[in-house]
Design a protein around this ligand. Structure first.
Ligand SMILES: Cc1ncc(COP(=O)(O)O)c(C=O)c1O
Length: 402
């Protein structure tokens, strides 16, 4: 990009885009696991747009599906049928558990719908409280903020929406003690993402499932970040063998085309009926065509197998290479949802890696978060690992100097 156009674009951001983000690097092009910046530097992407472009940037099948559908039918509203939306619903159900789908546009909107579903179900027995987890993240709308287990996100937006209580994650006794005769649902991420890449303990999930069955409480999984293949199975719950009553998804569902959804089990299919919930853009033929192409690629391109294989490789190599650094506490995660836990803030390390040409994220304050595309090749994994090795060595040098 010409220097003049670059400067003009930065200025437009500064003047006209609400400063809720502080982006520093500008990207102009992407393909697979690579992104190119405005100054034509090539970066290896271990973030996938925060677990969105799980098939890599500009996946040819998804691009073709969007182009084809955009030329045919983009939107008609949900007041009419189209020939794409139910096909996606049936495909998702065939890969999850029997039930029905509501389509939305984002993770927060999917969770918001799932919360409404739980409250509607609870209303029959006078129950409306939802228990969620400390350190969880469920979105930035008012209900999802109330469910989110990190108070800092709610600061300045009082009053909090009532009806939510948080308990420590992976602590069954604390959860059991928090259940009251007002509890209608328990909501959690099978692998906490923003909170620091923290997988649920399988035994804990089994206990939670049993408690929900015993007390007629709905179990809601937020799979917005950990779903869509990220943990090596299409849905994260499939790693644990514990079925929720409803689950939300978004982010990678259409590989970057904005979309979300939540699924409820067949026995709850009529909790929400005509007129009770809606979304103008939810499940347009265009979004659904993109999402169908994602499902097609996942089944035909060995995406889940690759995620498990490269994820295990990355995790093992990272454990080996970080053993020498006392400032690394742990490498944890599932599939290609990987956290390198430090004893200090992870932001400076992530920034250093960016300078080395590797895009990473942080989670919590102290976790370096790696979410590479699930289509990453072994050669790209090795390239990323050598960039991390170089970054860690430099980071260690800086610590010594301090
Ligand atoms: C687990 C989880 N739930 C919900 C959300 C909110 O999704 P969105 O930003 O699409 O509203 C996120 C976003 O990071 C998330 O990680």
């Amino acid at each position: 990009m010409e220097e003049r156009v670059y400067k003009e674009t930065v200025e437009l951001y500064r003047q006209y885009v609400m400063p809720t983000y502080a982006p520093k690097t500008m990207f102009v092009r992407g393909a697979g696991a690579r992104l190119w910046s405005a100054d034509d530097r090539c970066f290896l992407d271990f973030a996938s747009g925060i677990s969105v472009c799980n098939l890599g940037h500009c996946h040819p099948g998804v691009t073709a599906a969007i182009q084809e559908q955009a030329a045919k039918l983009v939107h008609v509203s949900n007041l009419y049928m189209n020939d794409v939306t139910p096909r996606l619903a049936a495909t998702l159900i065939s890969r999850c558990f029997d039930g029905v789908v509501f389509f939305s546009n984002s993770g927060a909107e999917s969770n918001e719908g799932m919360i409404k579903f739980a409250r509607k179900y609870g209303s029959a027995t006078g129950r409306s409280e939802i228990i969620s987890m400390v350190n969880s993240f469920h979105g930035r709308t008012l209900a999802t903020l109330a469910a989110t287990g990190r108070a800092k996100y709610r600061k300045g937006f009082a009053p909090d929406m009532p009806g939510f209580v948080q308990v420590p994650f992976n602590d069954f006794e604390a959860l059991k003690a928090a259940v009251t005769d007002k509890t209608c649902a328990i909501m959690l991420e099978p692998v906490q993402g923003e909170g620091g890449i923290l997988p649920a303990n399988p035994e804990y999930l089994r206990q939670v499932r049993a408690l929900c069955d015993e007390r007629d409480i709905l179990l809601l999984f937020d799979e917005v970040q950990c779903g869509m293949g990220r943990t090596g199975t299409l849905f994260a719950w499939q790693n644990f063998g514990v079925e929720p009553d409803a689950l939300s998804m978004a982010k990678a569902i259409a590989n970057g085309f904005p979309m979300g959804a939540f699924i409820v089990k067949r026995k709850y299919a009529t909790v929400l009926t005509v007129g009770m919930h809606a979304s103008t853009f939810g499940g347009t033929p265009l979004a659904c065509a993109a999402a169908l192409a994602v499902q097609d690629a996942i089944s035909k391109e060995h995406v889940l197998e690759n995620c498990r294989e490269q994820g295990a490789y990355l995790m093992q190599r990272l454990r080996e290479m970080t053993a020498a650094y006392p400032f690394v506490r742990e490498v944890r995660g599932l599939g290609m949802m990987i956290g390198v836990v430090l004893d200090r803030e992870a932001g400076p390390l992530s920034q250093l890696l960016l300078e080395h040409g590797l895009i990473t994220l942080t989670a919590g304050e102290t976790v370096l978060r790696l979410l590479p595309p699930l289509t990453l090749t072994r050669a790209e994994a090795d390239e990323g690992l050598s960039l991390i090795a170089a970054g860690l060595a430099e980071f260690a040098g800086k610590i010594k100097e301090e």
